[in-house]
Design a protein. Structure first.
Length: 572
């Protein structure tokens, strides 16, 4: 049927309007805030299995390590054929198991013509062929973590390579601070800590040898709790790490620490790792406010005592607590402004346990370097990932920066762990006239609540708002399960609409009294952390907090009475 002139005229007027509206809903730079002169484009908007670390070949192929692997693969390959910055070809490969709902699969690095990547327990590699999207050879096993523990917390295995043929792999500590039982309020730490024998450090391996286990490696450094951000600095020839600091100062020692101190401390330590160095975990932690390493409360510390900590190595810089540094990459190219040469880019994934204060981090930072040392304070390089401020709960954040990689053309890629989004950032300004004015906008972002130091009184989101079971929840539970009960994907299970909460009362009471460790599936996702025992709570307190949980967060289950707790406790 022919279109009448009147309809054609109407459509002619509507199409530009629709086009304009479509353009208006697309945020500039893919929603990111960047220094003046930098531009960003979205390479891919989402990948179902979500992405952790990245690597980019010399011919521009982007490889991403998938957090959740399945029969489709554990790696995603992306290619921009028409050079508009967006991936037209997206293929998955590298299936090393058929189904996986929980994972700290992390590493993705290119070394000596091979693509190296890791699951929680194994480091693999593929031989790359220039111009070929999907490797054609067999997947090879470089190293296996064959320790009898199996999976545990802090088990992610990022990797780094030096220029002498060595590969560096952290073996994260299987606890928060070497307590027994784990994460239990007031419990002392084991002394000496037996976990340091095979964990809490970095091991060095032959990068070109296959079939290795931990015993084939060399213990290069110790006293390092948890590592996801690690890179070799070719400019000064040293390994660098931004370490995840310990958790739960308030929950474990409320007689020593305030909620404000627990939100800010301890530091995420930026460390230069040399052979034989020891950074003091679990006995000590770094306090970036006092600028000193202090004795941990599990070992007699009160937040000020130094004691044995004078014997351990200090970081080169201390970032605020719980920012979750999840990637570190040194830039050694020439196409960005000179201030970035040999400097360190850090992806701060963002906190989960700063309650009752706003969550913090969720940006990519930059630390200028000169002669192997930070030359100035840290900067905000890319922000806007979360999409909200303040961030009350981790699940309020739309995106969380996870991985960083540079292409041969000095373009920068950043991955997100929430939806699998990937951005490509390029510099289009005048690199010879780049300075304070171009950074001014990013400096202002340090005033936002997800970056600045919170005011102890004004930024307390829950001040005076709770009593009874609610107060117990916010003291002992909210740092993990979040203030809204939605938990943190991959780390802490939600308390919303799950049979673990609204179902069997005895099972729920038993978990609170005795704790739980190992794999559990909640609302379709598998978690493998530690729920510490809370037997120190009275029968009334256990009943109050569980009744609060079962009646909130969208739950509508009956109360739990003190006598029900008392009966079960007496039978244990």
């Amino acid at each position: 049927m022919p279109i009448s002139p009147r309809i054609k005229k109407l459509l002619f007027g509507i199409v530009p309007i629709l086009t304009l509206l479509n353009c208006e809903v697309q945020p500039p730079n893919g929603g990111l805030y960047l220094p003046e002169g930098f531009r960003a484009v979205v390479v891919v908007d989402s990948i179902e299995e979500r992405v952790r670390h990245l690597a980019v070949t010399n011919d521009g192929i982007v490889y991403g390590k998938l957090r959740n692997s399945n029969e489709n693969g554990g790696i995603v390959a992306l290619q921009d054929k028409n050079k508009d910055g967006k991936a037209e070809i997206i293929q998955k490969f590298g299936a090393y198991r058929t189904l996986q709902k929980w994972s700290y699969s992390t590493a993705m690095r290119i070394y000596n013509g091979y693509l190296y990547f890791s699951s929680e327990l194994v480091i693999y590699r593929y031989k790359l062929k220039p111009g070929t999207l999907i490797p054609e050879g067999e997947m090879e096993i470089v190293m296996t973590d064959d320790h009898e523990h199996g999976k545990h917390e802090h088990i992610g295995k990022p990797i780094a390579f030096d220029n002498k043929g060595y590969m560096y792999v952290p073996f994260g500590a299987p606890s928060n601070a070497c307590q027994n039982p784990k994460r239990t309020p007031g419990a002392p730490g084991m002394d000496p800590c037996p976990q340091l024998e095979d964990h809490g450090g970095v091991w060095r391996f032959d990068a070109n040898k296959l079939g290795q286990t931990q015993k084939d490696g060399y213990k290069y450094a110790s006293g390092i709790r948890s590592v996801v951000a690690m890179d070799w600095n070719s400019e000064d020839g040293n390994l660098y790490i931004v370490m995840h600091g310990r958790d739960d100062l308030l929950r474990l020692f409320p007689n020593i620490y305030s909620g404000w101190e627990s939100a800010l401390l301890p530091s995420e330590e930026f460390i230069r790792v040399t052979e034989g160095s020891n950074f003091g975990w679990p006995y000590c932690y770094y306090d970036q406010i006092q600028e000193k390493k202090v004795l941990a409360p599990e070992y007699g510390g009160d937040g000020k005592i130094i004691g044995r900590c004078q014997d351990f190595d200090n970081p080169i810089m201390g970032f605020p607590g719980h920012w979750a540094p999840n990637d570190l990459v040194f830039y050694n190219g020439d196409k960005l402004p000179s201030r970035y040469k040999n400097g360190a880019f850090i992806a701060f994934h963002g906190s989960t346990n700063r309650a009752p204060y706003p969550q913090s981090g969720y940006f990519v930072g930059f630390v200028p370097f000169k002669d192997g040392k930070p030359s100035r304070d840290w900067e905000v390089f890319a922000d806007g990932f979360a999409g909200v401020d303040p961030i009350v709960s981790v699940k309020d954040a739309e995106y969380r920066p996870m991985g960083i990689a540079f292409g041969a053309d000095d373009s920068m890629y950043i991955s997100d762990s929430v939806k699998g989004k990937i951005w490509k950032i390029v510099f289009q300004g005048d690199k010879n006239n780049f300075g304070h004015d171009q950074l001014a906008g990013m400096e202002k972002r340090k005033l936002l609540s997800h970056i600045r130091t919170p005011d102890e009184t004004k930024d307390n989101l829950m001040a005076g708002k709770f009593t009874g079971g609610e107060k117990i929840y916010y003291t002992y539970c909210s740092t993990c399960h979040q203030q809204d009960g939605r938990g943190a994907t991959g780390r802490f299970p939600p308390l919303t609409g799950t049979e673990w909460v609204i179902g069997d009362k005895e099972r729920l009471i038993n978990i609170v009294l005795n704790g739980m460790e190992g794999s559990m599936e909640v609302n379709g996702e598998v978690y493998n952390g530690v729920m510490p025992q809370h037997s120190f709570l009275s029968d009334e307190e256990v009943a109050d907090v569980l009744t609060y949980i079962r009646a909130n967060f969208g739950n509508d289950a009956g109360e739990i009475k003190p006598e029900e707790v008392r009966k079960l406790r007496s039978s244990l």
